[in-house]
Design a protein around this ligand. Sequence first.
Ligand code: HEC
Length: 137
Amino acid sequence: MRFATILAAAGLALAQSPEYHGVATAKQIMAGIQKPAMDSLAAMNKAGGPKDEKEWALAEQQAAVLAETAQLLLMGSRPKDQDVWIKSSQKLNATAGDSVKAAQAKDLTAWQASLNGMGGACRSCHNVHRKKKDGTQ
Ligand code: HEC
């Protein structure tokens, strides 16, 4: 009986994910990942949308990276509140997920809508948490 309990406990420990150790600050995630990915998507959008297989694949990849890193914004000590920060990150995760699907389907209308949604998620967090250069919010 005791042996079974030990085995069960060991199984539980093995099933757990490795412990998360945050390294990058939110600012580094913004500058290193969010900005280049969004800039690349915005450039394709400005040109009328992804134009060939290669660009659709790039659009899918950039959106996937944004969806992934939106989750990093929710981890460790990064959240600056339990409201706007969480909702904006979740919205970015969801809209970037929509963008991945739209790129896979090469659905230009859905892809453009997803970009608007992603931009809205960036702005909703920045409106509250990103200080303007002159020191105001
Ligand atoms: C959950 C909140 C949140 C979301 C979502 C978010 N940001 Fe940010 N962003 C911040 C904060 C906070 C800062 C200010 C960081 C600092 O100066 O310490 C920032 C700063 C930035 C900066 C300036 C980085 C620098 O080097 O000073 C860029 C560029 C940026 N964000 C781009 C984006 C883009 C693009 C998106 C959407 C794809 C996005 N952010 C989504 C919170 C967010």
